[in-house]
Each structure stands twice: as structure tokens, then as C-alpha cells.
Write a protein that binds this ligand. Structure first.
Ligand code: AHM
Ligand code: MG
Length: 332
């Protein structure tokens, strides 16, 4: 029997005493926005033959870049839903503050991650985290978004790939839903997802290897070595679209690394809407995520767009990478 995302959310809501439905509303809104973005992503390649000239298409509608479109779609849908008091988005310098009687939650969002891959038909994604607001009722504040990852009440991502999938956790396991375009519903396809304890794959932008710290270089050397008992050498798989690399590793095991480099001492990826949500999902799926030295979920954010070095994936693989980091320290 098919279980749709909507049905699943309603079933889970019944388990929460005194639930007002505000939280379920956000999850449903994310599902809706994801469907709208998925539709647009799927026709991205048709843009040329549909006759778009300049900034307007044949219907006379303004054409926006997909990442801007995704940003507007998620914000519009979440605002209308009424459960969110603050939205921090990769596409917005400041938070979007909202006032409403049921606005009990804050959300951080990367509306379209890996968007440089759109033109080459490679999977891209949306990433989100949800927190309980910490400010008094009224318009949301930056503090509502600047919470430690441990405080997340839900996190997830949507991958726009060969099919569109929504994967999320509310701290009670990880579940994946695949969009069935024929009925326009996300259907439960991957219940209670678990990442293998160890993988055979590593994902890192190895072109920059000389820019990385000694610990990262030594760890990658270690992965290149031959040793049957630990399945080495590992295979390199790097799509350059974090959600896609993450999704593969979640299903099949492995480690994803975006480390600090000489040029970018904090790496590239963002704590609030890239590292934290993935770290929460991993923790729920039996994996691990750190900056090489401390758990991602325990880092107190200071800025909305703060970057963080990221090591995440199968528990044993991340533990081994951390061992190298700790042995060689922060040195380049
Ligand atoms: P974006 O948010 O600007 O799309 O950048 C994030 C993306 C990730 O999806 C991906 O893992 C990473 O950037 C790839 O970066 P690089 O090209 O430096 O390897
Ligand atoms: Mg991004």
C-alpha cells in the first residue's frame, strides 16, 4: 500500500501530545514547494526551445534563474503556511522575519544547492533545518536561526535527480519519499534509512589536494593504499553537488569531505543550512559528521552564513578521518 508524505506526516502528528499542527504544516509546505521547484528543474533544459528571450518567456512571464525561483517559491509557501517566524536562506543576506499567531518555528534553507550543475543536467537539491523559536511571539529574530545544530527539531533535503526525492528526519529515524509524477505525490519509498557503518567511497574535490591540511592529505593517501581487509583503495566519487554526493553515500556508505584549505580556512559549505541538516540526518541514520575535531551539531553558530569544514558519512570512515586530523592538527 502506498503511504504518501501527507499521510505519513498526519500519522506522526498524532504521536505528539498537544500538537497544534504548526510543525506538520511546515513539512507539508516544504513538500509542496519541492514539487513546484521539481517541475521547474525538470523543464530547465527546455528553456531554449520554449523561446525565452531576455527575461520573459513565451507566456510573457518573467524568467528567473532557477536558484532565485526556488528561493522565492520556498519563502512564499512557508510565509503563507503561517508556522514560521524567521527564514534564513542562502540567497538572502538577512533573515526574513514573519509575524503570526502560529509562527512558532524558524527555518534555515539552501533553496537550490549545487545550482552551477543545472546547465549540465546533474542532480541538485534543497536543504532545510527547522528549529523551535527562542524569541517571544512577534516577528522572528536572528537568534531564532542562530541555534546549535543539536536544537534542530527536523531537517531534510530534496534531491532533484533521475527522480525527485524528499528525505527528512524529525529525530525519530530518517525516511525517504519519492515523487510519483503521475499522481503528484511524494510516496514513502525508503523507510527508516540507515547508512552502512563503513563505505568504499570517498568524495572530496581532490583537485585542491595541495591546498588542504596535512591531515587531509595523509588521510586521502591512506584511502589510496591497498588493504583488502578495509576495502582499500576506496573509489573516488565526487559530483560537486553536495546533496547528490550525500544521498549516494547515505544509501551506499562512504565519506564526504569539504575541508579547510589555505585559501578558505573554514572550507566552503555553510553551517546553518548545509552542514547542520545533513549532520542531523546522519546522526539519525547511524552516521557521523564533524569539522574534523568536533561534532558539527555542537558548534554554536555566530553568523547566518558561517562556513565550516565538513567531514561526514559512515561512522567508521569519519572516525578514521578524525584520527588523521587530530594526529596532524590544523597545519598546512
Ligand atoms: P552552492 O551552494 O554555491 O551551490 O555551493 C555548494 C556546492 C556543493 O553542492 C558542493 O559540494 C560544493 O559546492 C562543490 O564545491 P567545489 O566546486 O569547490 O568542489
Ligand atoms: Mg549551497
Amino acid at each position: 500500500m502506498i503511504i504518501t508524505l501527507e499521510q505519513f506526516i498526519i500519522e506522526r502528528q498524532k504521536e505528539i501530545p498537544d500538537s497544534t499542527g504548526a510543525f506538520s504544516q511546515i513539512l507539508r509546505d516544504i513538500g509542496l514547494a519541492a514539487k513546484i521547484v521539481s517541475r521547474e528543474v525538470n523543464k530547465a533544459g527546455l528553456v531554449d526551445i520554449l523561446g525565452i528571450t531576455g527575461t520573459t518567456n513565451v507566456q510573457g512571464e518573467e524568467v528567473k534563474k532557477l536558484d532565485v525561483y526556488a528561493n522565492h517559491t520556498f519563502i512564499k509557501v512557508l510565509k503563507k503556511g503561517g508556522s514560521v517566524c524567521a527564514i534564513a536562506s542562502e540567497e538572502e543576506e538577512e533573515i526574513i522575519s514573519i509575524n503570526g499567531p502560529n509562527a512558532k518555528y524558524a527555518i534555515t534553507l539552501d533553496p537550490l544547492d549545487g545550482s552551477s550543475n543545472i546547465d549540465v543536467n546533474v542532480s541538485i537539491g534543497t536543504i532545510f533545518s527547522i528549529y523551535k523559536r527562542v524569541s517571544e511571539m512577534g516577528p522572528g529574530t536572528e537568534e531564532d536561526c542562530l541555534q546549535m545544530g543539536l536544537k534542530q527539531v527536523a531537517a531534510g533535503y530534496v534531491i532533484y535527480g533521475s527522480s525527485t526525492m524528499l528525505v527528512y528526519t524529525t529525530g525519530n529515524g530518517v525516511n525517504g519519499f519519492t515523487l510519483d509524477p503521475s499522481i503528484g505525490e511524494f510516496c514513502l519509498s525508503h523507510a527508516n534509512m540507515k547508512i552502512p557503518k563503513r563505505g568504499k567511497v570517498y568524495s572530496i574535490n581532490e583537485g585542491n589536494i595541495k591546498e588542504y591540511s596535512v591531515g587531509v592529505q595523509k588521510y586521502v593517501d591512506y584511502l589510496h593504499d591497498t588493504d583488502k581487509t578495509t576495502s582499500r583503495p576506496y573509489s573516488a566519487r565526487y559530483i560537486g553537488s553536495m546533496v547528490a554526493d550525500f544521498h549516494r553515500n547515505l544509501l551506499q556508505g562512504g565519506i564526504f569531505i569539504y575541508p579547510a584549505s589555505k585559501k578558505s580556512p573554514n572550507g566552503k559549505l555553510r553551517l546553518l543550512y548545509e552542514a547542520n541538516p545533513m549532520a542531523f540526518i546522519l546522526e539519525q541514520a547511524g552516521g557521523r559528521a564533524s569539522n574534523g575535531f568536533e561534532p558539527i551539531l555542537q558548534i554554536q553558530p555566530k553568523e547566518l552564513h558561517q562556513r565550516v569544514p565538513l567531514f561526514m558519512g559512515s561512522e567508521e570512515d569519519v572516525l578514521m578521518a578524525e584520527k588523521f586530523m587530530q594526529e596532524y592538527g590544523h597545519g598546512f
